[in-house]
Design a protein around this ligand. Structure first.
Ligand code: PMP
Length: 406
């Protein structure tokens, strides 16, 4: 991608064109949430200005338009992840709610004492705690795939862990803390071979990789809109029809029912069985606009642009005296974690913020990972498609200054 093309892409994100503390904003906290392109802002604005109505109760024109846009958004998501059927796309508040849905519905109804749920050391808390709650209720046991010293999953240990008791393997596609891209096809194939279900947490993946749920072969795939240039409060659970049909509803109310009487209630068909209450209509429409934005790009070109910029960042970080990279995975997307000599990450982040540089410090909602690394947290720079060499250079210059100063 040439400079002109990239400048054009970047200029679509109005939030980037601001100063923070007297410096141009350098936004490197994309693994936490991404900025939004104008097309997403316009789609949300248009919905509220022109089409605002409740969906699926179409007795008037606005409701008709809102319903159409909302259901078109579902189709857009299905195309984006190559889901075979759009009714397999369930709207949720985000990845967290999507995983909780599977845990509370499939997990509570299917897991028995002694059944095993396999997670990995690098999971976000959103893919740990829901399973702990289910394990407490059902007596299921959580097994944890260890990492090698570079931050890759130890695949030999994983394969050795699988057996007749394995009921579910639930792992991140991409680590939010280390940037590790996990070999999900291989992980899923091995799980399938022992008859286990698979859930992939795609929160960090969909923005960097072209995700095809059929090629991965998983049973469930979860992601959040806001990490994909879309709004907060909207996300997706994709699941296989046959599985979703067997699963009981997990939240109850309007929309998810077929008939209600005090002698009993029957439930709506997919996807509505899992969508109780008025959904985040504007969120779904905004997410579809974000996906359209992504799909309009040459994704191969974007991926290679991001890979080159990530390499440039990693190479530059290696040159900062006293800087130590945390995790050097075989394949990386998005996030780079590091520590700088004895400087506390929080102090460093405050000094960087004074120069308009936004990144994240702490445990990144992956406390078990930090514990396994023997550290309390890291500094994390995470890239998105709109970042450029100027952003990386600003961070590197500030880190050199910090390193000299301390
Ligand atoms: N999993 C991973 C890998 C994540 O990075 C995140 C967000 N940091 C989540 C799950 C949770 O996503 P959300 O807060 O949008 O539900």
């Amino acid at each position: 991608m040439n400079q002109q093309q990239h400048d054009r892409l970047r200029s679509q994100f109005p939030a980037l064109a601001q100063e923070v503390n007297g410096h141009p904003l350098v936004y490197l906290d994309n693994a936490a949430t991404t900025q939004k392109p104008q097309a997403v802002l316009d789609a949300i604005n248009h919905y509220y200005r022109a089409d605002n109505a409740n969906v699926h109760r179409a007795a008037h024109a606005l409701s008709d338009r809102a319903t159409r846009a909302f259901e078109d958004a579902r189709e857009t998501v299905a195309r984006f992840i190559n889901a075979p059927r759009s009714h397999e796309v369930i709207w949720t508040r985000g990845t967290t709610e999507a995983i909780n849905l599977v845990a509370q519905s499939w997990g509570v109804s299917e897991l028995r004492a002694g059944d095993e749920v396999v997670l990995s050391t690098l999971e976000h808390h959103a893919n740990i705690v829901p399973w702990q709650l289910v394990a407490q209720r059902t007596g299921a046991v959580i097994r944890v795939i260890p990492l090698d010293e570079r931050g890759n999953l130890d695949m030999a240990a994983y394969l050795a862990m699988l057996g007749p008791r394995t009921r579910l393997v639930s792992v991140a596609h991409v680590s939010n803390a280390l940037g590790t891209v996990n070999p999900v096809e291989q992980i899923v194939a091995a799980a399938k071979a022992v008859g286990a279900m698979t859930l992939i947490d795609g929160a960090q993946a969909v923005v960097h990789l072209e995700v095809d749920v059929q090629a991965i072969g998983c049973d469930f795939y979860a992601f959040s809109g806001h990490k994909l240039y879309g709004p907060t409060g909207i996300g997706v659970l994709w699941g296989r029809t046959a599985l979703l049909e067997r699963m009981p509803p997990w939240q109850a109310g309007g929309e998810m029912i077929d008939r209600v009487s005090f002698s009993g209630t029957t439930f709506n068909s997919l996807p509505f069985k899992f969508e109780a209450g008025t959904p985040h209509i504007a969120g779904a429409i905004g997410l579809a606009a974000a996906i359209d934005f992504v799909m309009e790009q040459d994704r191969g070109l974007l991926a290679s642009y991001e890979a080159v910029l990530t390499d440039y960042l990693v190479a530059g970080l290696r040159q900062v005296p006293g800087l130590h990279l945390v995790g050097e995975p075989r394949q990386r997307a998005g996030a780079v974690s590091f520590l700088l000599a004895d400087i506390h990450p929080q102090d460093a982040a405050t000094l960087l913020d004074m120069q308009g540089i936004a990144l994240r410090v702490g445990h990144h909602c992956a406390m078990p990972l930090m514990e396994s690394l023997g550290i309390g947290g890291t500094m994390r720079a995470s890239l998105a498609c709109y970042n450029n060499r100027d952003d990386v250079d600003a961070l590197l210059a500030a880190l050199h200054k910090l390193s000299d100063f301390f």
